[in-house]
Design a protein around this ligand. Structure first.
Ligand code: KIV
Ligand code: ZN
Length: 544
């Protein structure tokens, strides 16, 4: 059996499917590029039947990420897949979306648990077997690489699963993914499930890849996925930061770093360049507005912080006393003194390149201007500061509204007041002053008065990027439009109001707050007036 575990990333499908994680198609493309650069083997780019915009977003990823780039014909290209319910229209749409990739895959699914068959599908087990056989065969008539998932496998009768999966193999499936859809199983149970499938499914052979797909409702997604891998699964379906419906999916970084850190136990490899984990985690968090909890394994802000005195003492004696992984292995650069006021353009370019950002000349000019501005106000600029500036400057959609200026007065003597100046569409300048319960409230009220797009602020998070009084402040927000766009969930077939995340970074936390809010509003406005696709060419548009 191979000792290579394929990493199948579903951040853009199962991750994005969670109600609060909408990304624009430009953001999805950027995430897909980062996943490919990091060495992900398969990217599940979306659920094309959800809407024409979703189909188009998957198609663009197939074309722009799923093919070798001009200068790098030999670079590893990921498989691009799209999810489809087990019906012909969905499968046609998935094929339409992925067919231009160099390595396309169709991923189709149908539930197999008694609960799902009876209450959701209203189908008999025999009908389910029949449908799987027909739809996998149909997908295979279009595409040589077909994955089938028996949804809710974790609560399905194993004997029935052997029959369904045997039919899927007979009809041409090449990957069998075994979802613990509701995060119900324990590691021991999931091991036995995978082991039983490998041993008992008719037609199972070494060309069929068995895959794990676990949800985290009981906090066991990573443990379950690893148990399945120990039983012989050689594909892991995961998301960055473990985002996903309800409690989320198995997190990519946890599986990959466990296989690496405990190599003697598993003796298995992945193709992931782990030094990129931290950066990709940040990117996904900024785009979705879903903050990574500080104590999150591998990518949380405290994952490598050793604050307790006893730990610090041990660390000073020898790093390995309390550290099982090196921070640099996951891209957490501990260098604090990185760059300062006198560092030049070339130094910035090489630092950014080391961090995984290759900017063209115009982009470097913009980044350098921001860097100098920051260096005038802050003595030492760390990698974390640079990441925040890059995210703020480049990884955002086209500006519909742009913050030209902000003046706030607040404190104990009087009402907090904010005067906001925005540059709007057609470069019109708008000024508005507003009072509020605090400086952020006053600022957001003034922005609302100009932008006139009613929305609900669901979440507001602020944190200092580095230590010290001169730290950059980073703000993420999540907003929901009143009467805004909805999206369909592949499995429940219910629609949810789209939620948009925004990100802003600045030395001044009220400015960072304003930027984050405007960033989220811009996404909402573009999506509701023009469709998300229109945003897709707009990364890299610099501020005028
Ligand atoms: O959790 C699940 O069952 C899924 C399938 C559609 C693969 O995400
Ligand atoms: Zn899932």
């Amino acid at each position: 059996m191979s000792n290579y575990v394929k990493i199948f990333d579903t951040t853009l499908r199962d991750g994005e499917q969670s109600p609060g994680a909408t990304m624009t198609s430009a953001e999805k493309l950027e995430v897909a590029r980062s996943l490919a650069r990091m060495g992900v083997d398969i990217i599940e780019a979306g659920f094309p039947a959800a809407s024409p915009d979703d189909l188009e977003a998957v198609r663009r990823i197939a074309v722009e990420v799923g093919r070798p780039s001009v200068g790098e014909p030999d670079a590893k290209v990921p498989v691009i897949t799209g999810l489809a319910r087990a019906n012909k229209p969905d499968i046609d749409k998935a094929w339409e979306a992925v067919k231009d990739a160099q390595k396309p895959r169709i991923h189709t699914f149908l539930a197999t648990s008694a609960i799902h068959m009876k209450h959701k599908l209203k189908m008999d087990p025999e009908e389910v077997v029949q449908r799987v056989s027909e739809m996998v065969a149909y997908a295979r008539s279009l595409c040589a690489d077909v994955e089938f998932s028996p949804e809710d496998a974790g609560r399905s009768d194993p004997e029935f699963l052997y029959v369904v999966l045997g039919e899927a193999i007979k009809s041409g499936a090449t990957t069998l993914n075994i979802p613990d859809t509701v995060g119900y199983t324990t590691p021991d149970e999931y091991f036995k499930l995978i082991d039983g499938i490998i041993k008992n499914t008719p037609g199972m052979n070494e060309n069929i890849t068995v895959s794990v797909h676990c949800h985290d409702d009981l906090g066991m997604a990573t443990a379950n996925a690893l148990a399945g891998i120990q039983a012989g699964a050689r594909q892991a379906e995961v998301t960055i930061n473990g985002i996903g419906e309800r409690a989320g999916n198995t997190s990519l970084e946890e599986v990959v770093m466990t296989l690496k850190t405990r190599h003697p136990v598993f003796n298995l490899e992945t193709g992931i360049e782990t030094q990129q984990l931290s950066r990709v985690s940040k990117l996904v968090s900024n785009y979705t507005g879903i903050v990574v909890q500080p104590n999150k394994a591998i990518v949380g802000a405290n994952a490598f912080a050793h604050e307790a005195g006893i730990h610090q003492d041990g660390m000073l004696k020898h790093q390995t006393t309390y550290e099982i992984m090196r921070p640099e292995d996951v891209g957490v650069n501990q260098t604090t003194l990185v760059m300062g006021k006198h560092s030049g353009r070339a130094a910035l370019r090489s630092r950014l390149a080391l961090m995984g950002h290759s900017l063209d000349e115009a982009e470097l000019d913009k980044a350098f201007a921001r860097f100098k501005e920051l260096a005038d106000r802050k003595k030492v600029i760390t990698d974390a500061d640079l990441e925040a500036v890059i995210a703020d400057e480049f990884y955002r959609p086209r500006d519909v509204y742009y913050l030209e200026g902000l003046q706030v007065s607040c404190g104990t003597l009087g009402m907090p007041t904010a005067t906001v100046r925005l540059r709007g569409p057609d470069r019109t300048i708008y000024n508005f002053a507003s009072m509020g319960t605090g400086p952020v409230d006053a600022t957001y009220k003034a922005i609302d008065a100009i932008v006139k797009t009613p929305c609900k602020l669901l979440e507001f998070n602020i944190h200092a990027i580095t230590e010290g009084i001169d730290a950059l402040g980073e703000v993420t927000v999540r907003i929901q439009a009143e009467n805004g766009q909805h999206k369909m969930d592949a499995q429940s077939e219910m629609t949810f109001a789209r939620v948009y995340g925004g990100h802003g970074a600045d030395m001044d936390i009220i400015v960072a707050s304003a930027k984050a809010y405007i960033n989220a509003l811009n996404k909402l406005i573009i999506a509701s007036t023009e469709g998300t696709e229109k945003v897709s060419n707009d990364f890299g548009v610099m501020l005028g």
